[in-house]
Design a protein around this ligand. Structure first.
Ligand SMILES: [Fe+2]
Ligand SMILES: [Fe+2]
Length: 135
C-alpha cells in the first residue's frame, strides 16, 4: 500500500506545483516500498538522495515562483523549507552511520510534514497565484 496518495485535497491550484508534489509522493512511496521489501540497505540510500535532491529542486521552483509573483509570505515560507531540508539532512547523516531503523521514522516524518505543508503553506501561495492569474 502506498504511504501517501495524491488527491484533490492536495491541489494548490497551480498545475506545475501539483505535478511536482505528485513526483515527491512517488519517490516517498518508492522509498517506502523498498523498505517494506527489506531493501533498505541496498537501494534506500540512493532513493533518499533522490528524495532530497528533488525536494531541493521543488523548493527552489516554488520560491522562484513566489518571488516572481511578489508573494508576501515568501520569507516565512522559505524558512519552513530550510527547516525541512535541515531535518532530513540530520536523518540522512544518522542513517549513513548504519541505523536503518530510522527509515520508518524518516518516512513518517516526511509524509506528515509534506502533507500538512502542502495543505497549509503551499495552498496559501496558491490563492495568491490564482489571484494573480497563475494556475
Ligand atoms: Fe510544495
Ligand atoms: Fe512549500
Amino acid at each position: 500500500m502506498a504511504l501517501i496518495t495524491w488527491s484533490n485535497k492536495y491541489s494548490v491550484g497551480v498545475q506545475n506545483m501539483d505535478k511536482q508534489h505528485t513526483v515527491l509522493f512517488d519517490i516517498l512511496n518508492e522509498l517506502h516500498e523498498s523498505m517494506m521489501k527489506g531493501q533498505a540497505q541496498s537501494v534506500a540510500g540512493k532513493l533518499l538522495r533522490k528524495l532530497t535532491d528533488y525536494t531541493r529542486t521543488h523548493f527552489s521552483a516554488e520560491e522562484a515562483m513566489m518571488a516572481a509573483a511578489n508573494f508576501p509570505g515568501l520569507g516565512e515560507h522559505r524558512l519552513k523549507h530550510q527547516n525541512l531540508i535541515k531535518q532530513v539532512s540530520d536523518y540522512a547523516a544518522r542513517l549513513e552511520k548504519g541505523d536503518i531503523s530510522l527509515y520508518t521514522q524518516l518516512l513518517t516524518f516526511v509524509r506528515d510534514w509534506l502533507g500538512s505543508h502542502i495543505q497549509k503553506e503551499d495552498k496559501e501561495y496558491g490563492v495568491w497565484m490564482n489571484e494573480h492569474g497563475i494556475h
